[in-house]
Design a protein around this ligand. Sequence first.
Ligand SMILES: N[C@@H](CCC(=O)N[C@@H](CS)C(=O)NCC(=O)O)C(=O)O
Length: 230
Amino acid sequence: MSNVTLFGFPRSTFVSVVGLILTAKGVPYTFHDTEDEMYLPIHLQRHPFGRVPVLQHDDFMLYETSAIAAYVDEVLPGPKFTPVDPRQRARMNQWMCNLNSYFYPEMIYHVSHERMVYPELGIPGNDLIVQRAMPKVIQALEVMEKELSDGRPFIVGDSLTMADFFLLPTLFGFSLTPEGKQLLPKFPAVQAWADRMAALPGVIRFRASLPPRAPIPHAREWVHHHRPAA
Ligand SMILES: N[C@@H](CCC(=O)N[C@@H](CS)C(=O)NCC(=O)O)C(=O)O
């Protein structure tokens, strides 16, 4: 029986980052769906900020995706996704920070939530929030396109690193929005990277393990808690 449990809800991009890394390493894990528990004491005990993912390994509980990813790659068996070379490792960390600071907030919080998550719950999306985010989305894609423009297969170079797994779910979530469909074809290196990632056996296995895409009921609360001001 697996002694690794991943807590989260299936549409979460950060939960997918951890799921992708565990799957690519070949680590069996149990997925615990927190959809109905997000605001209950049982979940706040796992994550005092009420977010996901949370990882349990034996009796060790850990939250925050970057901390979880580093722990998983260091401690659990399977291929390593952290470069040994300090400069490559620093570049990987830089790209994980890029995702956290410049990609996820704009592409997911501002665009995907307004275009997909809220409308799926009957809550109208706010065009102003999307329009305000778009210059920053374009800047992020331009930076990524430039990084990949020397023909490297992965974001840090020849080898797959955790940074690729950090970027993929956010880029995928954005690609489903009208803005993503219109914009991404203008970034051929980013598109080629996404296609290359989608063809990796671990990514195929992880995606096949997900339930069919469904609305996120607890996202109704986000309107009150953390929707950006229009
Ligand atoms: N800094 C956190 C961010 C995690 C995060 O924002 N997760 C989102 C899902 S992608 C979440 O928990 N949202 C649930 C909510 O706000 O109710 C990390 O890296 O783990």
